[in-house]
Write a protein that binds this ligand. Sequence first.
Ligand code: T1G
Length: 684
Amino acid sequence: MNASVSTCVRDGIAVITLDNPPVNALSAALRAGVKSAVEQAIADPAVQALVLICAGRTFVAGADISEFGKPAQEPSFLDVFDAIEFASKPVIAAIHGTALGGGFELALVCHYRVAASSAKVGLPEVNLGILPGAGGTQRLPRVVGAEKALEIMTSGRLLDAGEALALGLIDKVEQGDLLGSAVAFAREIVGSGAACPRIRDREDRTVADRSDPAIFDAFRRANAHRFRGFKAPEGIVKAVEAAVTLPFEEGMAREAALFEALVSSTESAAQRHLFFAERGTAQVPDVPSATPTIAIETVGVIGAGTMGGGIAMNFLNAGIPVTMVEMTQAALDRGIGIIRRNYEASAAKGRMTQEQVDARMALITPALSIDVLGQADLIIEAVFESMEVKRQVFSQLDRIAKPGSILASNTSFLDLNQIAAATQRPEAVVGLHFFSPANVMRLLEVVRGEHTSAEVIATAMRLARRIGKVPVLSRVCPGFIANRLLAPRGYQADALALEGTPVQAIDQALTDYGFAMGHFQMMDLVGLDVVGRDATSRTVMGDLVAADRLGQKKNGGYYDYDERRQATPSPVAAKIIADVAAATGVEQKPVSDPQLLLERLLLPVVNEGARILEENVALRAGDIDVAAVLGYGWPVFTGGPMFWANTIGIEQVVVGLDQLASEHGDAFRPSPLLVGMAAKGEVF
Ligand code: T1G
């Protein structure tokens, strides 16, 4: 990053411009530039006040995350911040884009803050497994109070300029010329005596909070479930407690110690890994960023079922008109009705206005024939998962769609090359595999067929960002990346249950690891009739369905449920499992050790991930981690299965798999890639 800082003095106001693309991360070089520019301006008799502003698309978006885990470089944040906070002349921060983390902490050491009306501010360090380590945990509570500060820092949410102004974090919001406004503000300050108020000196909020020490334990209790597995939230609570109970400097020392402990933790390394992995998925080595893309201004969605409706909402949210096609009027009305109800539910929660609901609904054109999609730039098929039906739809699309349009399938496991072969333009066919609920889940598997063109891939990867998704490129194979990766976990859970390990123990091992839900709890939520419908041999799920146990929705499933849907172990389900085990001759050898359970459930996932890499189905291990986390809720504080394998040691993984293979057969045999990496001491 080529950081630069320039100063321009106009009529007594020094405008210091920070320029470190792409997001003005406060790298060592930028810190040095800011420090010397501020010191020079302070020493310059012609200067009465300073304005800090950033070039490019945003104010400082935080510390340079790529510097973490490396030896600290001078000047430190505190050196730079002290030069500003203790300046003898007023320093005004002019904020546009996103002032985040160390960027917002920089603004908080300035004496005043002016923000563009579109600006956002926040301290989202918790998303990186750390806490604000440059005074944010000590200054924010002094402005907004302890409770609000806890909510803002543990949620990592961004505040828009209006809320920040209302909370006293911003002194002025500017609709138009930010720099002009900040300079004018500086002049006013100079004109009114050039005071340099420091947030560190404020005590009114901390004194008030000191009289109510219970707020911290109450906050811990209220968020215990949400914070499960994460270390950073507790660090933030402790730091804010210090802000309320200790003098400023001692609070800063406490913050620094808590920060050090977190930044060197595996959890934070895992979350930082995911931060960069998520931003790296769009890089496709043989599809350079200069590859031309196809303009997507109109979209057709075939099938208004659960998936079709959710898929359409992504485009409506991005302001892209959608033509929804169904076979019958009833199905069309039902599908569009669900979309409207989803939006109205969001409006009822204050997440959007009724005008926005109406505007998005107005972008939908209902249709009862594929033939109307002739001019669509992109057509996404979300019909029943049958090869015959899909090939029929694609041969029809081939006849009606304009040259250059993209033909996409939302299939979650069928062979895309076979689907593409139903057309004369396989180069225009791509898989766009959304995860349910499609309007919520951020993962989008972009499936590259044998003939899919580079333009179509480049377009799909870029479009994903436009509709708020993280694209992960997959080659064609059964289950692509996410489904294929997690399938072994399901197999082993089912096998363990048949061998006599109670389903609640298996699920407990997964939730203790950090999954929000265990395997059998998930099956009961989705519905056993939905998951188990394609079974060809006798299975536990088949017998449960036969006993009219469909899961949470009807009569329980692997668990029994009370009226509040609380799950309890089910003697009926346990009997059915034992009967199927007896009938299929499964030897009873229950596993009670949670660690062995976890290895049996998750090491095969790592092994499958390695096979996916060996077969070039995925481009890189980071993509697999992103797919597991965003597609299946793999716990972020582990970094995903491949990063987790690094933390436990590839050699350990190979030993564990060999052990499982000796007990349970060759399916567990570690993949050649893992064996090779263990031998060479390599990591993903
Ligand atoms: N450090 C280094 N690189 C960063 C970065 C950062 N803080 N933020 C973004 N990038 C890179 C990113 O990898 C990508 O690179 C490019 O910039 C564009 O990002 C002391 C310790 C600002 C809202 O957590 O949330 O301050 O892929 O694709 O969608 O208390 O980036 O192009 O090579 O995400 O427009 C706290 C992190 C840090 C904010 C822009 N700050 N960044 O989103 O672009 S910790 C954060 C973001 C800290 C202090 C602590 C977003 C964004 P490349 P992008 P975007």
